[in-house]
Design a protein around this ligand. Structure first.
Ligand SMILES: [Zn+2]
Length: 258
């Protein structure tokens, strides 16, 4: 298995040279989401369902040297639509961002507030819809609030499934893990969220992402956050901080569900 060793979070100062859009772009992510910049709108609910494959089949966990990625097996299709999405999206994987300590590590800020981490559920525009969409990906983001103990849904996924197998991918690589009920981690039926048009927060920083950031964080144990912080990177060190710096809003519209 080969991983991309051409960039690192620890050398973000190189990114403008390596990836011009990261500095010249107009809709880069992450941003500090300020309520005063947001417009409240009444939006339909999200609609999430498994449309193909066995929901109980094993998932794949990968330490790619930049983050920990969790993906459903090939053939299992979780479809997301509704809210302000312009069509159907299929879950590709989810991954997290974190920092050296529990005081910071998320990518987006909520009115300047930082959390220990942020998990991104990445959905890709479903093929066969007869049109393209400028937002090729829709990303659900949820803040990870480090606490002595995880709340029950986080305990079930992060501590009891991922945490139990994470030792197999301390060095970059993949392993198989039991199926993950990822939807239980995201309060997509009830919680308020913000949405805006942004970019990938890692290379190549393509400006094709509709970011949906939930207002309420999820409580995650320090033990699990420590496990993330102890993952090895591609240079024999640790992936101890993998969040991108805040980018300018550039007058973009932020929607705030209500
Ligand atoms: Zn991310």
């Amino acid at each position: 298995m080969s991983f991309d060793d051409s960039w690192h979070h620890s050398s973000q100062f190189n990114w403008p040279k390596q990836f011009p859009v990261s500095i010249n772009g107009t809709r880069q992510s992450p941003i500090d989401i300020r309520e005063k910049d947001a417009t409240q709108v009444l939006l339909p609910h999200f609609n999430l369902k498994c449309i193909e494959g066995d929901q109980n089949a094993n998932w794949v966990m990968t330490n790619n040297g930049h983050t920990l990625s969790l993906a459903p097996p090939a053939g299992v299709k979780w479809q997301l639509s509704g809210s302000l999405l312009k069509g159907k999206y299929i879950l590709d994987h989810f991954h997290s961002h974190w920092g050296e300590s529990g005081d910071y590590g998320c990518e987006h800020l909520l009115d300047g507030e930082k959390f220990a981490g942020e998990t991104h559920f990445v959905f890709k525009w479903a093929p066969g819809q007869g049109k393209e969409c400028e937002d090729a990906a829709a990303v659900w983001g949820i803040m990870m609030d480090e606490q002595p103990k995880s709340e029950p849904v986080a305990q079930k996924t992060f501590d009891d499934i991922i945490g139990k197998h994470i030792h197999k991918v301390i060095k970059p690589g993949s392993c198989s893990i039991p199926a993950i009920n990822f939807a239980s981690l995201v309060p997509h039926g009830s919680s308020e969220y913000f949405a805006y048009q942004g970019s990938l927060t890692t290379p190549p920083f393509a400006e094709v992402v509709l970011h949906i950031v939930f207002k309420d964080p999820i409580e995650v144990s320090k033990k699990y956050m420590d496990q993330l912080r102890s993952l090895g990177d591609l240079r024999g060190g640790k992936t101890d901080a993998n969040y991108r710096a805040i980018q300018p809003l550039n007058g973009r519209k932020i929607f705030w569900s209500c």
